[in-house]
Design a protein around this ligand. Sequence first.
Ligand SMILES: Nc1nc2c(ncn2[C@@H]2O[C@H](COP(=O)(O)OP(=O)(O)O)[C@@H](O)[C@H]2O)c(=O)[nH]1
Ligand SMILES: [Mg+2]
Length: 301
Amino acid sequence: MYAFVTECLVEDSDLEFFLTTASRDVISEYCRSRWYERSEGERCLYVPGSPEKMNDLFIDKLQLDIITHCTVSDDSIHGGISKHFGVPSEVLKWDQEARERYVEYAKRGTQTVHHARGMIVGCAGAGKTTLLKRLLGLSEKEIKEVKSTEGLEVHEERFELCDEAKSLKVRTRLLDHRSNEKNETDIEKKTLTMFDFGGQCAYYACHQIYLTRRAFYVVVVDASKRLDQKVDEKVCDQDGSVFSGWTYGDYFVFWLKSIHTYCGSDNDKDPKPTVLIVATHWDKRNRQFHVRIFYAKKNII
Ligand SMILES: Nc1nc2c(ncn2[C@@H]2O[C@H](COP(=O)(O)OP(=O)(O)O)[C@@H](O)[C@H]2O)c(=O)[nH]1
Ligand SMILES: [Mg+2]
């Protein structure tokens, strides 16, 4: 069989015929995508990446099982698999066991949920938590009681996106996670979870774990401060850390760079993360602020 596969399938049309008519088991056993690195003695027939139709036939034949097939170690086929099944490309980078679990669940049936994630980042004291509380519609009195954020606060599915009004609505009835109860209308809703990152340097290392391409970012910056001004030690204890002596501008650049480093993609076709810059303390703003921020931003992205 192997001799037939490698010696008789010379033309594209032969391969196309083979991919269309051979059994799934045979294709699974012999076929691999173009840049797959075979192990010693492994017998394989390479399916060319172009014309695209060949890869599509290969993927279509194996169906969801291609996600757990060894050919996934070649990332040149990831785009095709993602497109075919709507599988996020991250899944294809998971280890074998995790991909097997994914396929097992996917075979049981899938359901589309619309859920977005927003990350509020920036220097300690910039006004991140205050901004979030305002979005949550809290009173001025409640906002004034805001305590400094320790670590990370997750406001799970607290907002709902209203398509018609193109606005956000604060959700009053939240899900009961203990019973994991989600009814049909809950599933249809487009919800938003916000992550409020504590600005203290001590947490910075673990923040990076949460940075994901599948989120939008709000970088908060205090407009009352000059970007070349050193951050107040009382607000952010940097002593003895790599952040020692950092300015407000350094933090701003740090966050923009972190987002682009951890949330960018090797593939140029993937959308870039959306970043909103919010200037707080506008009531006490520094007159030069907008000009400075423009230049700081220009130098990095
Ligand atoms: N004047 C003024 N004070 C603000 C504004 N936003 C936040 N603050 C104050 O700045 C301090 C730090 O705010 P907080 O939201 O805890 O900052 P975070 O560390 O970035 O979460 C608090 O005392 C807030 O009341 C603003 O727009 N104007
Ligand atoms: Mg905070």
